[in-house]
Design a protein around this ligand. Structure first.
Ligand code: ATP
Ligand code: PYR
Ligand code: K
Ligand code: MG
Length: 561
């Protein structure tokens, strides 16, 4: 894009902080330019990527950097890198090798597989395609498995795609299994769904898509009258309300069902990077899964999904016990009033910043793009608000899984989040996001490092890390320059894919900090990504095995020569 507009016009469009960089460094075409207003928004991924679908890369060309970052760096320089990470749900609309490749090129950092849908064979096929793309084409896309969990929903029984409930119509909600369609009858997924439910309670479909009043309970079944007409979609979620309060039924349901455990075994054997646990109730269940994984594959990260009222009551312990959080606004909106979601989202993100856990904002970010090629203005505002609130990652659900414009939706997420990141960097002075206790050396180093990186205007931060701890502490502080996290652990590289502003780089690190710095600087310089006079801030948690020095976490500023 830089070459398509004159340098004078380009200069006028560069935000303030980038102008400073230009003055200092005279590198106008290495600076990424914001989109001018007269250019059509949201280009398709295929027109912007230099790396074309179908190209195979030579391994020795990669330097442990993934191909998408390398292309972006060579086009736009350090300051042009996107920082917010993007998660795409894979479904029938994007599961071929070519479609997955296009999503990877479009910036997908993590592919999510929802075990609620489709067969194990289908999921296995997708996981293997992603791993093949990583291996053969130089991508670095992590795989997240999302458990089905136990929830009460309309069973999949091959009925028409949706049922229409008219005002005053009488419906029968049953647990009896049947195939096909029975008039005015809905099959519920869970045997005990009517337990404890009384006449006069309200049955709400999908958080308000339609509402019924319970008029009679007959054994396990309910006879209900529609009091707010609407649609009952396949797998619609069912919740009960009494006197304006949710009747909580999750306490009777296991967080990990027998099917979930079998899916987890499958995920372990297929080598997924993240397991997102649906309907987490408390920290115990998160610890239980983490303990189990520690005996099988300790590198798999456990993400707790916040999607029930109960999880909000135990938020702090859940965040603390997990490796990261997903704000699953779809189901959360079934359990709390919709108008509370923006505030709850902000509170969860703040807590994740405080406890240093990556957080994904999920569901309905660009819902209208399932059907339409452009997003609504409100959707863009939602995406920007999530970035502003300091989310690490944004997620596409139906938009990519079943939507007609999945690749475009990804491009919209990318463009909107980059724009918001720039405005934030430009306008907001450095804010202390990291908290640290007096004895937390690593935290204190990273808090200071972020402050220094911003005030010195360094070109990049290099972190040398074994398990990603220092990289996450740097990311938490939202430094303005990009963070390159060098690690020799493949698993660490994959888990860093969810961290805001962190580009993981796989290299063979030694225990000697100086050798590591020398080697990686040389590699990056040889690719033309660093030049003489560039300033790099260096943070390391790679511990020397010999020598008497005990302070192994270190901070250093280096001018490239
Ligand atoms: N693997 C898949 N196969 C078929 N359809 C899928 C698949 N994954 C997602 N979908 C479709 O995409 C839609 C949105 O996907 P997503 O998994 O985000 O939503 P969800 O089912 O509401 O999530 P959750 O059940 O975790 O709350 C689903 O309703 C489903 O129709
Ligand atoms: C993503 C998810 O599970 C939800 O929004 O409910
Ligand atoms: K799920
Ligand atoms: Mg959910």
């Amino acid at each position: 894009m830089a070459s398509s507009i004159s340098s004078a016009a380009a200069f006028a469009l560069i935000p303030r902080y980038q102008m400073t960089k230009l003055d200092l460094k005279e590198r106008c075409f290495r600076v990424s330019l914001p989109r001018p207003t007269n250019v059509k928004s949201f280009p398709s991924t295929s027109t912007r990527a230099v790396m074309q679908v179908g190209t195979t890369v030579k391994k020795e060309d990669l330097l442990g950097l993934d191909i998408v970052t390398e292309t972006e760096l060579s086009e736009k320089g350090f300051w042009g890198l996107r920082k917010t990470k993007l998660v795409c749900t894979v479904g029938p609309a994007c599961c071929s090798y070519e479609q997955l490749e296009r999503l990877a090129l479009g910036g997908m950092n993590v592919a999510r597989l929802n075990m609620c849908h489709n067969t194990k064979d289908w999921h296995q096929d997708v996981i293997r395609k992603i791993k093949k793309l990583n291996l053969e084409k130089g991508f670095c896309v992590s795989v997240m498995m999302d458990t089905e969990g136990s929830q009460i929903h309309v069973a999949d029984h091959g009925a028409p795609t949706s049922l229409k409930a008219e005002d005053g119509s009488i419906w029968f909600f049953t647990t009896e299994q049947f195939n096909g369609c029975r008039p005015f009858t809905v099959q519920a997924s869970y045997e005990g769904f009517a337990e404890g439910i009384k006449e006069g309670d309200e049955l709400v479909v999908d958080g308000g898509m339609a509402t019924f009043e319970v008029i009679e309970r007959i054994g396990n079944d309910l006879r209900c009258k529609c009091i707010d007409p609407g649609l009952i979609l396949p797998r619609a979620k069912l919740s009960f309300w009494r006197d304006g309060k949710l009747v909580d039924k999750h306490d009777k349901l296991p967080t990990l069902s027998t099917k979930d455990w079998s899916d987890i075994e499958f995920g372990i054997s297929e080598g997924v990077d993240f397991i997102a646990m649906s309907f987490v109730k408390d920290a115990d269940v998160v610890r239980h899964l983490k303990n189990y994984l520690s005996t099988k594959n300790k590198f798999i990260k456990v993400l707790a999904k916040i999607e029930s009222l109960e999880s909000l009551h135990k938020l702090e312990e859940i965040v603390e016990s997990s490796d990261g959080i997903m704000i699953a606004r779809g189901d959360l909106g079934v359990e709390i009033p919709l108008e509370q979601i923006p505030t709850v989202q902000e509170q969860i993100i703040n807590l994740c910043r405080k406890l240093n856990k990556p957080v994904i904002v999920a569901s309905q970010l660009l819902e209208s793009m399932i059907e339409y090629p452009t997003p609504t203005r409100a959707e863009i505002a939602d995406v920007c608000e999530a970035v502003k609130q300091h989310a690490d990652a944004l997620m596409l659900s139906g938009e990519s899984a079943v939507g007609c414009f999945g690749e475009k939706a990804l491009s919209v997420l990318r463009t909107a989040s980059i724009r918001m990141e720039r405005e934030e960097t430009d306008q907001v002075p450095h804010r202390e996001l990291g908290f640290s206790a007096p004895d937390q050396i690593a935290e204190e180093i990273c808090n200071s490092a972020a402050r220094m990186a911003n005030s010195l205007g360094v070109d990049a931060v290099f972190v040398y890390t074994k398990h990603g701890q220092m990289a996450s502490l740097m990311s938490r502080n939202r430094p303005k320059p990009p963070v390159f996290a060098f690690t020799s652990e493949k698993e660490t590289q994959m888990s860093l894919n969810l961290l805001w502003g962190v580009t993981p780089v796989l290299v063979d690190l030694s225990d000697d900090r100086d050798i590591n710095i020398e080697k990686t600087t040389h590699l990056i310089k040889s690719k033309g990504m660093l030049k003489e006079g560039d300033v790099v801030l260096i943070v390391s948690d790679v511990m020397p095995t010999q020598g008497a020095r005990t302070i192994y976490q270190s901070l250093q500023v280096k001018v490239i020569c």
